[in-house]
Design a protein around this ligand. Structure first.
Ligand code: PRX
Length: 645
C-alpha cells in the first residue's frame, strides 16, 4: 500500500472508531431525507444505481428533452449518462427560478475583505449572467470554445462561469492563488483565446496583482487574444490596446444587453475543464459535462446538507477548485438556495472574521476544510465564543482527513453540540460527494461514514478482494455515476491509464487514496497512495513543484515530498542538487522559495529546501521518495519526530 508512514492517522482511527455521535433529534425530525428514506435509497442505490439516478434526474433538474437511455456503458470507461437528453446547467441554476417566487429571493450574498457587500437576487443574477454572456459572444466566443477565468472570490467569477455555460462555452477556472507558470500551462493546454481576470484581489489587506501575473502568463502562452478585466482593487494596471478590455466599459456597450438565449446543450456536452494534479507530469484537465453533473451535485447537496429554502449556505472554499464549482456556484443555485461568499482571509483583520460573518448574515450551514478549522482553533475559544453562532444547524468538512481533535473542537465550540458534521470525501474527478454522512447518520469523528446512495464504493486489496475490518486497501468505486469525469481533456489515454487500469478487468475506478472500513462499515480515508500532496487541503503534484524548482538556472535536479504537519495536514520538503558552477549565493534556499512562489504560487512553496549532493534513487533512476520521506520524518525535530514513532 504505497509508502504510507502516517502512523498518527492509524492511532486516531483506532481511537475514534469507538466513539459514536447520534444525530440530534431536531435534525432528524425535519431532515430532507428521513432515516427510513435513507435506508430505502441506500438499498435502491446499491441494487440498481441506474434507476436510482434516473429518479433523481427527474426530481432535481429540468430537461429540454428527455433521454433515450440513462447509462450508455458500451465503451467503458467512456461512460455516457442521460444519452440524447437536452439541457443546460445554467437554465437549471438561473433561468428557471425567474418563473417562480424565487425571482426575488437572494441567490448570492457577498462580502469583500475590506467589508464592502453586494447582494444579488435570482433576477439580478440572471441579468448579470446574460450581460456577461452577450459580452463573450460579442468577443467571438462560440459554443465549445474554452475560456480561462483567473480571479479572486468575487461575484464576477460566478457570473463568468454561468455566462460560459449559458452560451455553451467551456470554462477553465484557474485558482487565483496560482501564479505565472501554473496559469500559462493551463491556458496553453486548454487553448483559450479569451482570458477573464481582474486587476487584483484583496488578501490580508494587501493587493494580489492578478493582472500582472496574467500578463506574464499570456507572454508565455500567446494563444490569448482577448482579456476581459474586472476592476476590483483599483490600482494602476497595464492594458494592452486591442487585447485588454475593462468589464465595466464593455457593460456600457449595446452588445451587453440583459437578455440572452440559453443554448440547448446535449447532456454530454462539456461544461468545464478543471486542472488538477496527478502522479506525473503536467496537471490534468478533468472534464465535466452539463447533464450528469447537475444531477449529481444537486442531489448530494440537497441530501447531505439538508438544504432548505430558508437556509443561508456558506461553502468557504474557492470557486477555483471543484468544491467551489459544485457547491458554491452550480449546486446551491440549482436548488434555488441562498449562498454566501466571502473574498478574503479567515483571520483578517482579526481571528473572528468568520464568526462575525456567521453572526451578521445568519449563516445556517458552514462547509470548510480541516486546515481552516485547525487554523482558527489555534486562536482559542474566546474568539468564536464572543459571537452568536446560534443560526448554525449543520457543519461540513472536505479536502483531507480531519483529525478527531479538530473534529471535536468544531463540533463543540462552533456547533455547540447541536450541529452534525458532514465529512464529505470526494475529488475533482468525482464531481460530487461520494462518501458522506447525511444529517441522520450517526457520526464518528474523522470518518466520512458511508457511500452516498447510488455510489458503490469499497476498499480492496492488490487482487481486488474486499479488505476485512480495519485492513488498509485501495479505495475504489465499482459502478459509474452521473457526475463522474468523462475524460482528461485532450488525453483520453491518460484517463484510462490513471483511473481505470489498476482494476481493468473488474472495471473499477481507482481513487488514488488508501482507506479502510471498520467493523461497523464506516469508511476512514487515510491518504493518497500516489505522488499527490495535500497541503492545507490544496492538491499539488510532486512533479509540478519539482519542475518549478528545476526551472531555476541553479538547480540541476529536485525531489519533493509531503511531510505530515499539525496545521496544514502536509507540508512540502524539497531536496535540490545544484548545477556545478552555477554560483548559487548563500541565500539559495530563500531564492528558490521565491522562485516557486513566482512560478506556481504561494501554496506550492516548500516549507523547507535542502541542498544535497545526491538523491536516493532506484537502479532505474527513479527517485525513492519513500526514503526521503522516512528520513525527513525521522529528524529529531519537535513535533515531527513524534509523528514518526
Ligand atoms: O485524498 C483525498 C482528499 O482529497 C483528494 C481529492 O482532492 P481534490 O481533487 O482537490 O478535491 C478536494 C475536494 C473535493 C482525495 O483523493 N480528500 C477529499 N475529501 C476528503 C479527503 N480526504 C479525507 N477526507 C475527506 N473528507
Amino acid at each position: 500500500m504505497g509508502d504510507h508512514l502516517d502512523r498518527r492517522r492509524e492511532e486516531e482511527i483506532l481511537e475514534a472508531e469507538q466513539q459514536v455521535y447520534p444525530p440530534p433529534e431536531h435534525i432528524t425530525a425535519s431532515a430532507n431525507v428521513s432515516p427510513e428514506d435513507y435506508e430505502r435509497f441506500r438499498q435502491q442505490g446499491t441494487e440498481d444505481p441506474v434507476s436510482f439516478w434516473e429518479d433523481r434526474a427527474h426530481e432535481m433538474v429540468d430537461w429540454f428533452e428527455p433521454w433515450e437511455k440513462v447509462l450508455d456503458d458500451s465503451n467503458p470507461p467512456f461512460y455516457r449518462w442521460f444519452v440524447g437528453a437536452r439541457t443546460n446547467i445554467a437554465y437549471n441554476a438561473v433561468d428557471r427560478h425567474l418563473e417562480t417566487w424565487r425571482r426575488n429571493k437572494l441567490a448570492l450574498i457577498w462580502e469583500g475583505e475590506p467589508g464592502d457587500t453586494r447582494t444579488f437576487s435570482y433576477y439580478r443574477l440572471c441579468r448579470e449572467v446574460n450581460r456577461f454572456a452577450n459580452i463573450l459572444k460579442g468577443m467571438g466566443v462560440q459554443r465549445g470554445d474554452r475560456v480561462t477565468i483567473y480571479m479572486g472570490r468575487i461575484p464576477e467569477l460566478v457570473f463568468a462561469m454561468l455566462a460560459c455555460a449559458k452560451i455553451g462555452a467551456v470554462h477553465s477556472v484557474v485558482y487565483g492563488g496560482f501564479s505565472v507558470e501554473a496559469l500559462a500551462e493551463r491556458i496553453e493546454d486548454a487553448q483559450s483565446r479569451v482570458l477573464i481576470t481582474a486587476d487584483g484581489a484583496w488578501l490580508r489587506g494587501k493587493i494580489v496583482r492578478l493582472k500582472d501575473i496574467a500578463d506574464e502568463a499570456v507572454k508565455r502562452s500567446p494563444v490569448v487574444e482577448t482579456m476581459i478585466v474586472v476592476k476590483r482593487t483599483g490600482q494602476e494596471v497595464y492594458m494592452e490596446t486591442g487585447r485588454d478590455f475593462w468589464l465595466h466599459e464593455l457593460q456600457q456597450l449595446p452588445i451587453a444587453s440583459g437578455y440572452c438565449e440559453t443554448e440547448v446543450m446535449d447532456a454530454e456536452d462539456p461544461l468545464f475543464i478543471l486542472y488538477t494534479s496527478g502522479t506525473t507530469g503536467k496537471p490534468k484537465g478533468v472534464l465535466h459535462t452539463h447533464g450528469g453533473y447537475q444531477v449529481g451535485i444537486a442531489t448530494t447537496l440537497k441530501w447531505a446538507f439538508d438544504i432548505k429554502e430558508e437556509d443561508r449556505w456558506w461553502c468557504a472554499a474557492d470557486p477555483g477548485w471543484i468544491t467551489g464549482h459544485s457547491y458554491i456556484v452550480y449546486g446551491p443555485l440549482i436548488l434555488g438556495a441562498t449562498s454566501f461568499m466571502y473574498e478574503g482571509a479567515p483571520n483578517y483583520p482579526y481571528p473572528d472574521r468568520w464568526w462575525r460573518l456567521i453572526e451578521h448574515y445568519g449563516i445556517t450551514i458552514l462547509y470548510t476544510a480541516p486546515t481552516a478549522i485547525r487554523g482558527l482553533m489555534r486562536f482559542g475559544d474566546a474568539w468564536p465564543n464572543r459571537r452568536d453562532l446560534s443560526s448554525l444547524r449543520l457543519l461540513g468538512t472536505v479536502g483531507e482527513p480531519i483529525n478527531p481533535e479538530a473534529w471535536r473542537w468544531y463540533y463543540r465550540v462552533i456547533g455547540k453540540e447541536r450541529c452534525p458534521i458532514i465529512d464529505t470525501w470526494w475529488q475533482t474527478e468525482t464531481g460530487n460527494f461520494m462518501i458522506t454522512p447525511l444529517p441522520v447518520t450517526p457520526l464518528k469523528p474523522g470518518s466520512a461514514t458511508f457511500p452516498f446512495p447510488g455510489i458503490i464504493a469499497d476498499v480492496v486489496d492488490e487482487e481486488g478482494n474486499s479488505c476485512g475490518p480495519d485492513e488498509d486497501g485501495y479505495l475504489v468505486i465499482k459502478h459509474p455515476w452521473p457526475a463522474m469525469l468523462r475524460t482528461i481533456y485532450g488525453d483520453p489515454d491518460r484517463y484510462v491509464e490513471q483511473y481505470w487500469s489498476k482494476f481493468r478487468e473488474q472495471g473499477w475506478y481507482l481513487a488514488g487514496d488508501s482507506a479502510r472500513k471498520d467493523k461497523d462499515g464506516y469508511f476512514w480515508i487515510i491518504g493518497r497512495i500516489d505522488d499527490v500532496i495535500k497541503v492545507s487541503g490544496y492538491r499539488l503534484g510532486t512533479a509540478e513543484v519539482e519542475s518549478a524548482l528545476v526551472s531555476h538556472p541553479a538547480v540541476a535536479e529536485a525531489a519533493v515530498i509531503g511531510v505530515p504537519d499539525e496545521l496544514k495536514g502536509n507540508v512540502i520538503y524539497a531536496y535540490c542538487i545544484l548545477r556545478e558552477g552555477a554560483g548559487a549565493g548563500p541565500d539559495i534556499e530563500e531564492e528558490l522559495k521565491q522562485h516557486v512562489r513566482h512560478e506556481m504560487g504561494p501554496i506550492a512553496v516548500p516549507a523547507r529546501i535542502e541542498i544535497v549532493d545526491r538523491l536516493p534513487k532506484t537502479r532505474s533512476g527513479k527517485i525513492m521518495r519513500r526514503v526521503l520521506r522516512a528520513r525527513a520524518m525521522g529528524l529529531p525535530e519537535g513535533d515531527l519526530s513524534t509523528l514518526a514513532d
